[in-house]
Write a protein that binds this ligand. Structure first.
Ligand code: MG
Length: 263
């Protein structure tokens, strides 16, 4: 069952979302050659706690950090550590915040210096696919419309959507129903209703859609070593249309068999 939130509850998720957005913005600025992903993580945790929030990821199923930092061929769920950010990297940064019992979750991909044409196009297409999915978050549409919006745009641009990881409902818990694949058929799935809140997160690979799990049992990387990009917003479905609750952090406003990997 997809539970629906009241307007007051959506406001609470939105307040967590402001911290998420601010944290991502801070990390985007900080993500420069010479910084380690552990330093990004420490700064993020400090930022979240200073704003009264709790880093949702920390301790989630044993995850040891407040953010996921996933460079280049890594898709998602990178554990921050001694990885040294370098010129030409693209880095997926993903963060969740719990504030007074309500959760918001978002991610973006940062280009460090000049990562080249392919990386830029991959990032642009992935971010635009998220915008297209958000635009489908309207009362009366179907969940498949959201999924299809990502797939259609990504594949038309010659890239592949990761299939074994999905977006999710969000609210009291980081992961609520429904699962939101980044592929699917329009006009199928549950009907979208006012008060549903979704974390939509296209994960897009330059090569194959297939992914592998790292030795740490967390990091997910492309199976063929191709680049991957990732963007995510927490979005509420309102009577007047989609409302992005984690927008503050992004300048540019613009499977399922692997359920344990759900993030
Ligand atoms: Mg998520």
């Amino acid at each position: 069952m997809i539970n629906r939130k009241s307007q007051a509850q959506i406001e609470k998720i939105g307040r967590a979302g402001v911290i998420v957005g601010g944290c991502l913005q801070m990390m985007k600025v900080m993500c420069r050659p010479g910084v380690t992903t552990a330093e990004l993580d420490q700064a993020a945790e400090k930022f979240i706690r200073e704003h009264g929030g709790i880093p949702t990821f920390k301790g989630y199923r044993g995850f040891p950090a407040s953010i996921c930092a996933s460079p280049n061929t890594m898709v998602v769920h990178g554990i921050p550590g001694d990885y040294l950010v370098a010129e030409g990297d693209i880095m997926s940064l993903d963060v969740g915040v719990t504030l007074k019992g309500w959760v918001a979750d978002a991610a973006l991909t940062v280009e460090v210096g000049d990562a080249g044409k392919l990386a830029k196009r991959l990032m642009e297409v992935t971010e635009a696919s998220l915008a297209r999915a958000v635009a489908k978050c309207r009362v009366g549409n179907r969940l498949g419309d959201v999924s299809h919006a990502v797939q259609e745009y990504v594949e038309a641009n010659g890239f592949a959507v990761v299939r074994s990881l999905v977006g999710h409902g969000i609210g009291r818990e980081m992961h609520e129903e429904p699962q939101i694949p980044n592929y699917g058929n329009p006009g199928t799935g549950p009907e979208l209703k006012e008060g549903m809140v979704f974390a939509i997160e296209p994960m897009v690979n330059a090569g194959t859609h297939k992914v592998i799990v790292g030795d740490d049992h967390w990091a997910i990387s492309t199976a063929d070593g191709s680049l991957s990009a990732h963007y995510e917003h927490t979005v509420a479905i309102t009577a007047s249309g989609p409302r992005i609750l984690t927008a503050a952090g992004t300048e540019e406003q613009k499977g399922l068999d692997a359920a344990p990997l759900l993030w």
